[in-house]
Design a protein around this ligand. Sequence first.
Ligand code: MN
Length: 152
Amino acid sequence: MKPHSLRKGLLGFRWRGVDVRPYKADGAEAFRDVTRQALFDDAAYSSQLRYFEIGANGWSTLERHHHSHAVMILRGSGRCLVGDEVFDVAVHDLVTVPPLTWHQFRAGPDEPLGFLCMVNAKRDRPQLPAADELRQLRELPGVADFLELPTR
Ligand code: MN
């Protein structure tokens, strides 16, 4: 790509020249129905901006890592776990995920949940909760219900 360029926005939260990719290459049992589009990930930047979309009733991986996330909801609504709290989220809400904080996004039942997510270009790999960590999370008010898998 040229250093200066325009990629037109298309209908349906797509962008010309931006591929719709699988969310992650592995760990497919840890999430449901998530796609990833890299909007800005040139080597020249110290940050990357991605657009993720979670299908209705889908969820992202429950994970934590040393890098932070800066998230803006762009489509739909749903809920997210950040740390020990579950939040309702809707279009234009801003969600900050600090370092080493457990987090997961879940789409509502009616429409996809889409969001922009800014991260450091150089970042560590996500950690998944061990059994005892999952048990501790489930003891927090509201979190066990949040983590229940919805029935199709
Ligand atoms: Mn993450």
